[in-house]
Design a protein. Structure first.
Lengths: 111, 111
């Protein structure tokens, strides 16, 4: 079983929809949670960073962490075609400094 | 502020050859992480360098190696290339926080 599970999609939504992306994890040592956006054939771009449980909002993006359930989410409001990309969750904790990634969810926002 | 840079953008090698990939971190960042993103496997941690020293390595064979120079730039070497080494190799840098910032990657193709 992978340490981080993420539904690979693909997920297709109409422009303006609310998008919900999720990851579950098994390592209770994880404390730092990140969401990256990766356009085709590009490097990942950091979108959101959250420490421990709680919510964090940045513009149209909201990240939620529920450590009790080992579940994290990214919500995108008023989705735009430019949001079409692969979204990767990543996390780290304990003595490990490197990130452990989910497999990524491919999102397409249709105009 | 310039981001993480990587060179070359693309690299084509034949099986058995050696590949050298380079990374320059964000100015002031002292840690460099290398990840491999192979098709269908997601991002996997390769190596971590900090202050010129290798601090940790992922579950990869010893033919994957590297170094970090006094200016904190880094080099990844892959010896005895195999077909399955074909992937996007990503470098990320970090200062003292927890957010890792990625470069655009080097796409290595082994034929």
């Amino acid at each position: 079983q992978k340490e981080v599970e993420q539904d690979p999609g693909p997920l297709s939504v109409p422009e303006g929809a609310i998008v919900s992306l999720n990851c579950t994890y098994s390592n209770s040592a994880f404390q730092y949670f990140m969401w990256y956006r990766q356009y085709s054939r590009k490097g990942p771009e950091l979108l959101m960073y959250t420490y421990s449980s709680g919510n964090k909002e940045d513009g149209r993006f909201t990240a939620q962490v529920d450590k009790s359930s080992k579940y994290i989410s990214l919500f995108i409001r008023d989705s735009q075609p430019s949001d079409s990309a692969t979204y990767l969750c990543a996390m780290r904790g304990g003595s490990a400094r490197q990130l452990t990634f989910g497999s990524g969810t491919q999102l397409t926002v249709l105009p | 502020e310039a981001g993480v840079t990587q060179s070359p953008t693309h690299l084509i090698k034949t099986r058995g050859q050696q590949a050298t990939l380079r990374c320059s971190p964000i100015s002031g960042h002292t840690s460099v992480y290398w990840y491999q993103q192979a098709l269908g496997l997601g991002l996997q941690f390769l190596l971590w360098y900090d202050e010129g020293e290798e601090r940790n390595r992922g579950n990869f064979p010893p033919r994957f190696s590297g170094r970090q120079f006094p200016n904190y730039s880094s080099e990844l070497n892959v010896n005895a290339l195999e077909l399955e080494d074909s992937a996007l190799y990503l470098c990320a840098s970090i200062f003292r926080g927890y957010e890792q910032y990625f470069g655009p990657g080097t796409r290595l193709t082994v034929t």
